[in-house]
Design a protein around this ligand. Structure first.
Ligand code: BG6
Length: 509
């Protein structure tokens, strides 16, 4: 695709966004990995972009005793490792943020922590005139309810005309449909839905947000975006990493729970949803919930035919030997946890009836690649009968999410010469190459939106529950786990899943 901007097409440039309103971001889990690796670097990048107000502050809460200065020092050290991107740490930008970091020592289970927090907030209101608080739960999920309960009990969730109060909840949100529903019910017994920002970090990826722009800002695609023209859709989230040090979390979780009800369902929803009435948070989230709720429930024999679970055995990646999942730390030697899952889903609605959506995700695969491949129906061959042209390959529109970021379209073109011969060609738009995007963690947009009160990129209770409902039958009756070699394409049975329908996965390697 020629993406040169100067072709007489005037695209009005959006004025730069205003800084988020002044507030204090209270991070529970201030000494954790997420704070160090993602939250602080993102806040640094937001500060650099002028998107944090002067009255912005961060209060870290955790049980290890620290002074403000010691926590600032600790965060500065890790920023030297994690402030990623080409620019690295900007000393001036970091000094601005560092001076706004404070720390409160306290256990999440102790009501005293919340009393102290309330006293801290009251002092800040007096000195800064600012009572806005956003609570970020960067903690293991077992603390979600306890923290929200503690905040509500201490009167910290009550909003007023001059004070907003929000909570940001990380994944995993529940471990199945029943637990997700129960967690939603308890949270919504304490706070309003509009105060809850459930994160799915895939929605922070620019390329995921671009799916909406691609679909709804271009007249070209919408007429094709339906069962009449689309043969099937493949959604792939392939990783080369193994479970590494996360065995303890991964063993009871597995690839299905870890990736499908959240990340893969988000991708499916972005591709398959109906156009929302507006770009408002509730309009978008209502359409997403609707399409995920329309996934045909997998039952009995259908389930066995439509789901493949796999686990990596030892293999090699980029020439290096890698161990089997069962040999990883904190993994049972006879573990039946899946590190790969592939599903064939159907969406029972007018637009998608009869169009299979194939989803796959796994660890220790041949390549790291997240993409959505939309396979269009084949053109009729009749015209080329009697020529050297064999089967016509279908057009495939690929939305590249990561690490390649962009859009490509596979077309057939005539090979130059006197005879009619065709060759596959690729038109491609590369996001970074075109826009020269600055490296980011993917959390910047999510944080900025939570601070600004825009919930479009966050999951509403019904979105989370729809994702779990779609996979609950598989959790109830999981098919047996098949082996696949680390560094490969996944289990043979996953190939069969498509081969039965006369189709093939796009190769990873
Ligand atoms: C997380 C999962 O939610 O997403 C991990 O728990 C997975 O297992 C990760 O590796 C993938 O995210 P990203 O942004 O690295 O593609």
């Amino acid at each position: 695709m020629d993406t040169t901007p100067d072709r007489g097409i005037h695209v009005p440039s959006a004025s730069s966004p205003a800084p988020a309103p002044p507030c204090t971001l209270v991070i529970f889990g201030a000494n954790g990995d997420l704070t160090r690796r993602l939250l602080m670097p993102s806040l640094h990048n937001l500060a650099m972009a002028g998107l944090l107000a002067d009255g912005f502050a961060v209060l870290g809460v955790d049980r290890n005793a620290r002074t403000d200065e010691a926590w600032q020092e600790q965060q500065t050290d890790s920023m030297r490792d994690y402030a990623g991107g080409k620019g690295g740490l900007d000393e001036e930008g970091w000094a601005w943020l560092r001076s706004r970091l404070a720390y409160l020592t306290g256990s999440f289970e102790d009501p005293e922590t919340y009393r102290q927090l309330a006293a801290w907030a009251a002092r800040r209101r007096e000195t800064e005139g600012n009572a806005n608080l956003v609570f970020y739960l960067a903690t293991p999920p077992r603390f979600f309810e306890v923290i929200i309960g503690g905040l509500a009990e201490a009167g910290l969730m009550g909003e007023g005309p001059d004070a907003f109060r929000r909570i940001v909840v990380e994944k995993p949100f529940g471990t199945d449909l029943a637990s997700a529903k129960a967690l939603n019910a308890r949270i919504l017994g304490l706070v309003e839905e509009r105060q809850v920002f459930r994160i799915d970090h895939f929605l922070g990826k620019e390329t995921v947000q671009n799916i909406l722009a691609l679909r709804f800002a271009n007249g070209l695609f919408e007429p094709l975006w339906r069962r009449d023209h689309i043969d099937h859709v493949q959604i792939t989230v392939a990783e080369t990493v193994g479970v590494g040090t996360r065995g303890r979390f991964y063993e009871p979780t597995g690839a299905l729970r870890d990736m499908v009800p959240n990340h893969l369902m988000q991708l499916l929803a972005m591709v398959a949803m109906e156009p929302p009435n507006t770009l408002g948070a509730d309009a978008i989230r209502a359409e997403k919930a609707k399409v995920v709720q329309a996934i045909r429930p997998l039952r009995g024999d259908d389930l066995a035919r439509a789901v493949v679970r796999g686990q990596y055995r030892a293999g090699a990646l980029r020439g290096e030997a890698v161990p089997a999942y069962r040999e990883e730390a904190n993994v049972a030697p006879d573990s039946a946890t899946e590190t790969y899952v592939a599903l064939r889903l159907e969406i029972d609605n007018w637009r998608w009836a009869g169009v299979p959506f194939y989803l796959r995700t796994g660890k220790r695969l041949a390549a790291r690649r997240t993409e959505i491949a939309i396979h269009l129906k084949q053109a009729p061959h009749a015209l080329f009968r009697g020529t050297a042209v064999g089967a016509l390959p279908p057009n495939v529109l690929v939305l590249h999410i990561q690490p390649e970021e962009g859009v490509s379209l596979g077309l057939s073109a005539k090979v130059p010469g006197p005879r009619m011969r065709l060759s596959g060609v690729r038109m491609a738009f590369d996001y970074a190459g075109h826009f020269g995007v600055r490296p980011s963690t993917g959390y910047e947009t999510l944080l900025y939106d939570a601070l600004s009160g825009d919930a479009s990129l966050f999951q509403r209770a019904d979105n989370v529950e729809a994702g779990w409902a779609a996979i609950q039958p598989v959790l109830d009756a999981p098919p047996p786990v098949q082996d696949y070699a680390a560094g490969g394409e996944g289990p043979e049975a996953a190939e069969q899943l498509l081969a039965c329908d006369g189709r093939h996965w796009l190769p990873l390697g």
